[in-house]
Ligand binder design. Structure first.
Ligand SMILES: [Zn+2]
Length: 275
């Protein structure tokens, strides 16, 4: 994927990838332009002027901006876009301040299930907490295409970092996608994906497999923390990724506790309730 290029994906949808590729963002954040006569921008990306310039050159007729969530690689571009354009931005907010774009102040907070009825197309809003509590997906009904932000990425595993990230909600939000008539995924990072329902199932299984390893490791050790368990649970990943893995491991421990399968006291998790 080449940053700064306008890629035509379908009659209604174009994609521009920002030049912020990294371990966390893969090839960079995808911005989507929906519509021809009037354009809805999904995720203007990081605050990179050159990226914003490509967006406005490709779409001189922007009507509104939608934001999947407020991590720094997805929404700070809103502020730059609005410097020269009088257009509204919509999304959800979070109480968390960790790793969040504090400049995002939407004209209106979106509701799960609401529909933007435009002249050329309609977009349905779906609340999908998990990666972030305020995460939204958007379905372009006419093309059965779902914009998944960081709920589903192509090519890398989504980071679930507590407390704003929540593994139990993440899996529920993946299950939720299976209620919708969708045929393609336009992720926040990476290329288009086919078969959304199968992709969701694959991710759910993958996460539950990892959860099993977490439970197993805790049972062997009888107690533990992300620090003490990471080596055993993530024996298939390079140790340079352990800092990220620990966030997901904590998310798994919290889910297991929410499911009342394990217990905690302070930072430590237990297989038996010692209280
Ligand atoms: Zn994110």
């Amino acid at each position: 994927m080449e940053a700064g290029k306008v890629v035509e994906l379908s009659p209604l949808v174009r994609r521009i990838t920002a030049g912020n590729g990294s371990v966390f963002t893969g090839p960079g954040t995808n911005t989507y332009l929906v519509g021809k006569e009037e354009v809805t921008v999904i995720d203007p990306g990081p605050a990179m002027q050159e990226h914003i310039d490509v967006i406005t050159a490709a779409a001189p007729n922007i009507k509104q901006i939608l934001v999947t969530h407020t991590h720094p690689d997805h929404s700070p571009g809103v502020r730059l876009l609005k410097e020269n354009l009088d257009v509204p931005a919509y999304g959800m907010l979070t109480n968390s301040s960790k790793n969040q774009d504090q400049t995002f102040s939407p004209e209106r907070i979106l509701d799960d299930g609401e529909v933007f009825q435009e002249e050329e197309f309609s977009i349905e809003v779906i609340h999908t907490p998990g990666h972030a509590s305020n995460h939204l997906c958007f379905i372009l009904k006419e093309e059965k295409l779902i914009f998944t932000g960081d709920h589903i990425m192509n090519g890398s595993t989504v980071v679930i970092g507590p407390p704003d990230g929540n593994m139990k909600q993440y899996i529920q939000s993946l299950e939720k996608l299976k209620d919708y008539d969708i045929e393609k995924i336009a992720p926040g990072h990476g290329e288009l994906l086919e078969n959304p329902h199968e992709v969701a199932d694959w991710i759910i299984n993958h996460r539950l497999e990892r959860e099993k390893k977490v439970f197993q490791a805790l049972r062997e050790a009888t107690k533990g923390t992300p620090d003490s368990l990471v080596e055993k649970v993530y024996d298939d990943v390079d140790s340079s990724l352990f800092p990220i893995a620990k966030a997901s491991l904590l998310a798994h421990l919290i889910k297991l506790e929410e499911d009342q399968l394990i217990y905690s006291s302070g930072e430590e998790y237990f297989i038996e309730n010692t209280n």
